[in-house]
Design a protein around this ligand. Structure first.
Ligand SMILES: *Cc1c(COP(=O)(O)O)cnc(C)c1O
Length: 424
């Protein structure tokens, strides 16, 4: 294949996306030209329908005031129920196992309050050395909350020498050999830095065999790769919705608790009025009547204006289907990979994301051999390409299948070829 503009446009014509349902930002000072937006793993683009859906809730509030709780077109009282089934389909869960609430780091903490039950003999938390900083801070503070020294309690698994991604088999081996002190395993399903998609079922099984609880941060996995959280026997998981799920900056997050934990009254949990059974909530009694669903982890009445974009986005994912998106994501990512290899070569950059399509999602992380990532990201922006820089030398490119096309990938690869320098 030759990597030129004409070829990229032909591929786009034969493999359409949902791009026309999104607002793609323009290139500054070049009216009519759209950015090649490869930063959807940081913040997904705005669906056109989002403004309408927000306006509908504002209108109902204006028209109905407090009556909107029951009388709105989508009544606010049970509003979060609308998100349950599409969210469950997206992550491969039973509807009772998922809830939309809070933000990601808050959900990580709420889940750890229930599922990190350390003892003097078994109190380690396993994360990856390249964990997203918020996850690292969260587990360290949980260890400290229980009176443990975070430097001792938190085990950071490192990739092999010369490799960027942690191999699933190395995590499994670690748990088999040293798992008897591990209370909790908390890893990113898709690593934010390397783009590696870990073997969630194998690691979950190994964690359970070692006697640990296994939770997953799905910030970069939800909406990116198909998941089967229930069948994989994952204990709990949490994810945000503003990356691949296009629900807007700081959008409402999701959480999953496996069915087998839902009726367990021995689990400690923080509670609020949204934890209690809705049938008796307004009896306003002094004690919670627990519900046997993930809703029991809710605390407050949900922010409708923040949930409307999540609902709109989940409906789009339902309509297209995550399997269809995954197939297109594999085609696009492979095209970007070949275009980078062809146009940039291996003297200027190295792709550190796994080459195996099964071990990655819609992301390629590229290590620059002779350039600074910040400088390169700025130069790309001047060429109408938005990518993410991780200091000192990594650029992340996410060809999100819902709105990115082959032409975007070609523009990114060509612009990179123009701005990177070959190593000496
Ligand atoms: C994006 C991301 C976060 C962000 O946390 P918020 O609570 O949403 O601010 C946390 N962890 C991971 C792995 C992420 O990718």
């Amino acid at each position: 294949m030759t990597f030129d503009e004409e070829g990229a446009r032909a591929l786009d014509a034969g493999d359409p996306s949902q791009r026309d349902q999104f607002l793609v930002p323009p290139v500054p000072d070049r009216p009519g030209e759209e950015l090649a937006y490869l930063a959807g793993n940081s913040l997904g683009l705005q669906p056109r329908v989002t403004a309408q859906r927000l306006t509908a809730e504002l209108d109902d509030w204006a028209r109905l005031g407090v009556e909107g709780h029951l009388e709105a077109e989508r009544p606010w009282l049970p509003y979060h129920e609308l998100l349950r089934e599409p969210a469950a389909r997206l992550v491969g869960a039973r509807p009772v196992e998922v809830v939309a609430m809070n933000s990601l780091t808050v959900n990580l903490h709420l889940m750890m309050l229930s599922f990190y039950r350390p003892t003097p003999e078994r109190h380690a938390i396993v994360i990856e050395d390249t964990a997203f900083p918020s996850d690292s801070y969260a587990v360290r503070s949980q260890a400290a909350l229980h009176g443990f020294d975070p430097d001792e309690a938190v085990i950071r698994l490192r990739a092999r020498e010369g490799e960027a991604g942690l191999r699933s088999e190395d995590v499994v081996t670690f748990l088999r050999e040293k798992g008897d002190t591990v209370a909790l395993v908390l890893l990113g399903g898709v690593n934010y830095y390397s783009g590696e998609f870990l073997d969630i079922p194998a690691i979950t099984r190994a964690g359970h065999d070692a006697g640990a609880v296994v939770g997953w941060d799905l910030a970069h996995a939800a909406g990116n790769v198909p998941l089967q959280l229930h069948d994989w026997d994952v204990d709990w998981a949490a994810w945000c919705t503003y990356k691949y799920l296009n629900s807007g900056p700081g959008a409402i997050a999701g959480a999953f608790v496996h069915e087998r934990h839902l009726a367990d009254r021995s689990l400690p949990r923080l509670e609020g009025w949204w934890s209690t059974d809705p049938a008796t909530r307004f009896a306003m009694g002094p004690e919670v009547t627990p519900v046997a669903s993930a809703d029991a982890w809710q605390l407050s009445n949900p922010p409708i204006l923040a949930m409307a974009p999540v609902l709109a986005s989940l409906e789009m994912f339902d309509e297209v289907g995550i399997e269809t998106l995954r197939a297109r994501s594999e085609r696009l990512t492979a095209y970007l990979e070949q275009a980078l290899d062809d146009l940039c070569g291996d003297r200027a950059l190295e792709i550190i994301t796994p080459r195996d399509p099964a071990r990655r999602g819609s992301q390629l992380s590229v290590r620059l051999l002779a350039d600074d990532a910040g400088d390169v990201a700025r130069a790309l922006r001047e060429r109408g390409v938005i990518a993410d820089a991780r200091q000192p030398d990594v650029i992340r490119l996410a060809p999100v299948p819902m709105y990115c096309g082959y032409h975007d990938c070609w523009r990114a690869a060509r612009a990179l070829a123009e701005v990177v320098r070959a190593r000496g």
